[in-house]
Ligand binder design. Structure first.
Ligand SMILES: Cc1ncc(COP(=O)(O)O)c(C=O)c1O
Length: 299
């Protein structure tokens, strides 16, 4: 049974609906496309953040942790959601931030600080080192009552919350599309017991062929009903160009759905590109997961 504090918190969430897109290209290729609106489930903990954090927080609360320590960049969606949820649950939060303390804080850092997160700025080398600690009690010098959460919430417990996305979908579908950073959200969407659908991940960073191994490590070798598309990174993590910005602007005008250039914009750009190249078979039904992240584009 999930912790009562989380049941209470979940009452403030809205359901994630499906928005169908109508487009001449989709008609021409005989495809159907929906966006699963996880961006609308909560004004702050939007997209995949709540999905990933839910059972991690449950674990921390069951262990009676009083502090959650995690890591991220100055625009991290993960730290943003964690700081907010920590405040709601009366948990202290600590964030290791990559790089030197800036003179002017990003809107993300201002928010997390306002919600009480303690910020510890560390060098890029120390930040990379932290990536070696994957388990909640593995951080060196961790104290009683402290709970370590790896970058992006990439743990096995995150998969359980993400898989709830599947159980909410009440239409038939053939392909799920999702942006990928650590690959955790993708791994949570893959159902080990069925090949009824495929999951295509769109990698937001460059040179990420290692990620396939990471995802395999999260749920074993046996699946082949998923893939990671490596070519829509636009030069690397958080890199973008005019083409991507124009796509995002046009998409918002056509469908009244906001995207950002770090994750969801790249996925949908890639998805439409693949549709043009006949990557999908006629009559396929595709659902793209809107993983939120719009807070991260404030300057
Ligand atoms: C908005 C958004 N979409 C997608 C992702 C990628 O998720 P994952 O790291 O689980 O692959 C992230 C990062 O966590 C994100 O902030």
């Amino acid at each position: 049974m999930i912790h009562s504090k989380l049941i209470e918190l979940e009452k403030s969430f809205s359901p994630s609906t499906l928005t169908q897109l109508f487009d001449p290209l989709l008609e021409q290729k005989k495809l159907k496309l929906w966006i699963k609106r996880d961006d609308l489930i909560h004004p702050i903990i939007s997209g995949n953040k709540w999905r990933k954090l839910k059972y991690i927080l449950d674990h921390a609360l069951q262990l009676k942790a009083h502090t959650i320590i995690s890591m991220g960049g100055a625009y991290s969606n993960h730290l943003h959601a964690l700081a907010f949820v920590g405040k709601q649950l009366n948990l202290k939060t600590v964030g290791y931030i990559r790089g030197e303390q800036p003179q002017n804080f990003s809107p993300t850092l201002l928010d997390v600080q306002k919600w009480g997160m303690e910020l510890r700025f560390i060098s890029r080398a120390d930040y990379r080192d932290l990536r070696n600690y994957k388990l909640f009690d593995q951080l060196p010098d961790i104290q009683q009552g402290e709970y370590w959460l790896p970058e992006g919430g990439a743990t096995k417990l995150a998969l359980q919350g993400v898989s709830e996305i599947i159980s909410e979908i009440d239409i038939d579908f053939d392909v799920l599309c999702v942006p990928c950073g650590t690959g955790t959200t993708l791994a949570g969407l893959v159902d080990e017991n069925t090949s009824d659908y495929r999951v295509d991940g769109f990698l937001a960073l460059k040179g990420g062929s290692f990620l396939t191994q990471d995802v395999k490590a999260l749920f074993g070798e046996k699946e082949n009903n998923w893939s990671i598309l490596l070519d829509y990174h636009f030069g690397g993590f958080a890199k973008s160009n005019q083409q991507l910005f124009s796509f995002i602007k046009n998409f918002s005008m056509l469908y009244a759905i906001e995207l950002e250039q770090v994750y969801t914009g790249k996925m949908l750009y890639g998805l439409f590109d693949l549709i043009r190249q006949d990557y999908f078979e006629p009559e396929q039904k595709i659902i793209a997961i809107h993983t939120g992240g719009l807070q991260g584009v404030r300057q």
